[in-house]
Design a protein around this ligand. Structure first.
Ligand code: ZN
Length: 274
């Protein structure tokens, strides 16, 4: 286990709106500024979704390209593009940002309820995503929302579609999927392949803060940001993504962990050298 801890910031997501938190970064310019502030606060990975001008989520490769270039002009944070997209998107649509050869990309490991909606990920879809990422040397973050997803990831690994070092994203508390509880998280972690890295987080204010402590205790990495939680405390909106990163960084340091810098992440996860 490395003493260095990775903080990922998921600054925008697909579901959060400016009506819910006016500080949500939406345009590529706002996203680049938000990413820079998160980086300065201690984040070393940016989990990136983009939006159209009217705020609806899009997987449009040109919007991703613009956002990535703007982020790159400000800092060297590692960029992980989403392939989860939004509930109504086709797999082909969702996969588009991977064609830009980001260093990392999320790979959802199973079909999942998302409140009243759902995102479909059959094994053939997952194989298609994994294959595309492998060919481009993009490191997948194996996102698991339910226990079956962890087992589905084992199939992809067995089929040599995913190569070590493995990096998991354990996403708990999505309505309709596995709830966040410390023992649930601990069980997921026990079922990961030996030596796998993981980033774990609960969705929603209380679970989000609680999961920072549990994840550190279990030797994992942290994710915060408006995609997962818009509150700093009960009834108090977070002022910015950076404010959430600052708290996560403080907790990690209090627990004696050193924050990984982007170059540390590139080494730990053996990211492609550009
Ligand atoms: Zn996401």
């Amino acid at each position: 286990m490395s003493d260095k801890i990775i903080i990922t910031c998921a600054i925008t997501g697909a579901e959060t709106t400016k009506a819910a938190n006016p500080a949500l970064p939406v345009t590529p310019e706002e996203i680049a500024q938000g990413a820079f502030e998160a980086y300065e606060a201690g984040a070393s990975v940016l989990h990136l979704h983009v939006r159209k001008d009217d705020g609806t989520p899009t997987q449009d490769v040109e919007v991703f390209r613009k956002a990535i270039n703007l982020v790159r002009s400000k800092c060297d944070i590692v960029i992980e593009t989403t392939t989860g997209g939004a509930a109504w998107m086709t797999p082909e649509e969702r996969l588009q940002p991977v064609t830009l050869n980001p260093e990392m990309a999320s790979l959802d490991c199973g079909t999942v309820n998302f409140g009243d909606e759902y995102i479909v990920n059959t094994l053939p879809i997952m194989r298609q995503f994994a294959k595309e990422m492998k060919e481009r040397n993009v490191r997948p973050t194996l996102e698991c929302f339910d226990l079956g997803h962890v087992y589905a990831s084992h199939i992809l690994i067995k089929e040599n579609l995913i190569e070590a070092p493995f990096h998991y994203g354990l996403v708990l508390n999505v309505p309709g999927a596995a709830k966040y509880d410390v023992d649930v998280l601990e069980f997921f972690v026990r079922k990961l392949p030996a030596g796998a890295h993981f980033t774990a987080f609960g969705i929603g204010g209380k679970a989000n803060v609680d999961s920072i402590y549990a994840t550190i205790a279990l030797g994992g990495n942290i994710r915060v940001g408006f995609e997962d939680n818009i509150y700093y405390g009960k009834g108090r909106l977070a002022k910015s993504n950076a404010e959430l990163v600052e708290r996560a960084a403080r907790i990690a340091k209090d627990c004696g962990r050193e924050l990984a810098k982007p170059e540390d992440v590139r080494q730990m996860l053996k990211l492609r050298k550009n």
